[in-house]
Design a protein around this ligand. Structure first.
Ligand code: NAD
Ligand code: ZN
Length: 377
């Protein structure tokens, strides 16, 4: 089969590799029809992780079931399925509580499993023609009959729609709340969209990318351009000086926009400044500078500094982590099916798998207009 293989930092290539196949009785084999490139892929792509050369990337996957293992009895050949990026067993004490992002079975000793990810188990990614889905009965979201027609909507259930929603849950967003979101990338845009679904009264999105901010506006948010560094001031102005009820971090570690090296990401402290006293902060941006050199550099430019004093004084609360996709994706799927949610609004490019290396390069540079790429193997 053809697959997108990681060779090394900023070097990915479409290659012929052995076909994915059923390995255990509980597996499901899926022919991939859509697979997205995600900001999380960039942690591997930019060489910040210990991703091994030769591994297949891709954790935002959707496709058709073409084979099921002997112990699979719910999922059927021919089903259209979306695959939550977290791989869960369904029976460990975390999965039992719905915390499938932290499954204790699929990646023992660490936090959860995922397709095509460094540090999250040996599972191959879906930027390929075929994907093996472990514990298939648990990990396949079987889609309604309009799956093909709304493919670019449903594929967002694999990660960024539930992740955006998760950030609002972590922050505690309730109807009528004012919400500030840092980052208008795909995840931040889905956070803004989710805050809208939850009935937030005012949604502010802070970024420096004009085209992404325009999308935030189309979602009913107030776009705040932080290019001149006045984002914090603007949020305070819009909230009568007290700050927003809730705030979401959807940026995480950034190499920096367009690879200017010395741009610190101070979103955590900006959140402390722009969320009201006693307000909630939800952090889904990933902070994983693993390489010790990167740690030193980040400490130097202040990215890792968190103003715990102000956070404590303001009595805020914070919650972090990866989205437990399964906890949300059935409900969000119902909204798409009912025509009440259309997360595909952020898709900027639909490309073939062969075009993936160029797409990675453009998305990594946050080139204008490259918001969300869906690959069609
Ligand atoms: P992205 O990296 O393209 O989006 C980040 C956006 O933040 C960009 O538009 C960038 O211009 C903006 N930005 C950079 N510095 C900023 C600053 N100081 N203030 C405001 N905005 C700033 O891609 P994405 O796909 O949206 O991913 C965002 C983060 O979410 C990544 O860290 C990714 O790994 C993470 N993520 C987490 C989960 C989870 O389960 N927790 C799931 C998916 C993605
Ligand atoms: Zn993702």
């Amino acid at each position: 089969m053809k697959a997108l293989v990681y060779n090394g930092p900023r070097d990915v290539q479409v290659k012929n590799v052995p076909d994915a196949k059923i390995e255990r009785a509980t597996d499901v084999l899926v022919r991939i029809t859509s697979t997205n490139i995600c900001g999380s892929d960039l942690h591997m792509y930019e060489g910040r992780t210990d991703m091994e050369a030769g591994r297949i990337l891709g954790h935002e996957n959707m496709g058709q079931v073409i084979e099921v293992g002997k112990a699979v009895d719910r999922v059927k050949v021919g089903d259209s399925v979306c695959l939550p990026f977290n791989i869960g067993c369904g029976f460990c004490e975390n999965c039992e509580r719905g915390l499938t992002g932290y499954c204790l079975t699929v990646n023992p000793g660490f936090a959860g499993g995922a397709y095509g990810f460094a540090g999250m188990g040996p599972y191959s990614g879906g930027q390929a023609e075929l994907l093996r889905v472990p514990y298939g009965d648990f990990n396949c979201l079987v889609l309604p009959p309009d799956a093909a027609e709304k493919e670019n909507d449903y594929v967002m259930l694999s990660d960024i729609f539930p992740t955006g929603y998760h950030s609002t849950e972590l922050a505690g967003v309730k109807p009528g709340d004012t919400v500030v979101i840092y980052g208008a990338g795909p995840v931040g845009l889905m956070a803004a969209y989710s805050a809208g679904i939850k009935g937030a009264s005012q949604i502010m999105v802070v970024d420096t990318h004009k085209d992404r901010l325009k999308l935030a506006e189309q979602m009913g948010a107030i776009a705040i351009d932080d290019t001149e560094g006045a984002g914090v001031e603007r949020v305070l102005e819009l909230t009568g000086g007290k700050g927003a009820d809730r705030g979401c971090e959807c940026v995480g570690y950034q190499c920096c926009n367009m690879h200017r090296e010395e741009v610190p990401n101070l979103t955590m402290n900006n959140l402390v400044k722009t969320v009201k006293a006693t307000g909630g902060i939800g952090v889904v941006g990933v902070f994983i500078p693993k390489d010790p050199g990167a740690q030193d550099k980040l400490a130097k430019i202040g990215q890792l500094a968190f103003d715990f004093g102000q956070f404590w004084i303001k009595g805020q609360h914070i919650a972090t982590g990866q989205a437990n996709v399964k906890a949300y994706n059935r409900k969000l799927c119902n909204l798409i099916h009912a025509g009440k949610a259309r997360p595909s609004g952020i898709v900027s490019h639909e490309l073939s798998l062969d075009e993936a290396p160029q797409a990675y390069e453009n998305f990594d540079k946050r080139k204008d207009g490259w918001t969300k790429v869906v690959l069609k193997p």
